[in-house]
Design a protein around this ligand. Structure first.
Ligand SMILES: Nc1ncnc2c1ncn2[C@@H]1O[C@H](COP(=O)(O)OP(=O)(O)O)[C@@H](O)[C@H]1O
Ligand SMILES: [Mg+2]
Length: 310
């Protein structure tokens, strides 16, 4: 369905996408997970033909984006990070506009707009101006716009940022449902939970590179024996952190001073005994101690030493 081969992009002297490659089968749900500034939106723009790449190639259904951008655009529905709607037009008229842009006749566009509004849960608001909508509802119209021409591949760029929880859940369920009905999906986010929930395969992106790629299970298996112990304390002195780092079963310690917490990557769960002993020795008052389930946040920390939401 999609082959991305060694694409690169620079803005001036700054290279922000540094040779990204991956491919996606038809019907897959694929996640791009990475912190702000990782290069996700730039990558997406190149895949959709909205921005030329400096190197490599992107093929959608065997067709090169560089060679035939229009043909590729018809196969893709893209939900951009920034809302692109006419505020003074109704939800339905916005959708009809986008349908016509994608080559539907007026009659087809009207019929399809009704279907799509129903699908994104906005049938009752069809005639209302988009400017009266909440952020989450606007986002749902945007998703509808991307679905008007029944694309083979749906690409969503952080569709849940800054919206209410109800709309967020609605969007997640819509995407899940679309994928279960055969739509190929690329979902971009810096929220680990969303990508874990929706995507069968996940690429972790940082500083313009894919630093890991696989199923959630594959990725979590790369964690140091899968165990991270989180400690919250009244004070995390440098001495205490150094002592933790020196423990035999501890691989790395990532502190979060704002939270007064530290993530301790250990080689075995038994390390918890040594950690507790260490707190006693250093007169550290422990507020919470937790063995974390292996997750992608922990993997990101292990690979980069930073949190996804820094
Ligand atoms: N049009 C542009 N001109 C210059 N720099 C840009 C432009 N678009 C993005 N960047 C820079 O490229 C990097 C990656 O941005 P982006 O792809 O938007 O990341 P993400 O979507 O993962 O948050 C950032 O450092 C950003 O500031
Ligand atoms: Mg982005």
């Amino acid at each position: 369905m999609l082959v991305v081969h060694d694409i690169k992009k620079s803005f001036g002297k700054k290279e922000v996408v540094k040779g990204v490659s991956f491919s996606i089968e038809k019907g897959e749900s694929f996640g791009l997970l990475g912190p702000n500034g990782a290069g996700k939106s730039t990558t997406i723009s190149m895949i959709c033909g909205l921005m030329p790449y400096d190197n490599g190639d992107v093929q959608v259904g065997g067709i090169s984006v560089k060679a035939s951008p229009m043909e590729v655009k018809r196969k893709i529905g893209v939900v951009p990070q920034d809302i692109a709607l006419y505020p003074t037009m109704s939800a339905k008229d916005n959708l009809i506009f986008w349908g016509k842009m994608y080559g539907l006749s007026g009659k087809e566009a009207k019929r399809r707009a009704d279907e799509v509004l129903d699908y994104v849960g906005l049938k009752e608001r069809a005639k209302d101006k988009v400017e009266t909508f909440s952020g989450g509802m606007k986002r749902r119209v945007n998703i509808g716009a991307a679905l008007m021409h029944k694309p083979e591949l749906l690409i969503m760029d952080e569709p849940t940022v800054g919206i209410d929880p109800q709309s967020r859940n609605h969007i997640l369920e819509t995407v899940k449902n679309l994928n279960e009905n055969g739509m190929t999906v690329i979902y971009t986010s810096h929220y680990m939970e969303e990508v874990e929930y929706l995507c069968k395969r996940i690429a972790i992106v940082d500083h313009g590179k894919l630093i890991a790629l696989g199923t959630k299970t594959d990725l979590c298996n790369r964690l140091a024996n899968g165990t991270v112990i989180k400690i919250k304390a009244s004070k995390l002195s440098g001495d205490f952190v150094s002592a933790l780092k020196a423990l035999e079963k501890v691989e790395r310690v990532v502190t979060n001073p704002e939270e007064g917490s530290a993530d301790i990557f250990v080689t075995e769960e038994k390390a918890i005994g040594d950690i507790v002993a260490c707190t006693v020795q250093h007169h550290v008052q422990v507020l919470a101690l937790e063995v974390k389930e292996p997750n992608l946040e922990a993997l990101f920390l292990q690979l980069t030493g930073r949190s996804l939401r820094d």
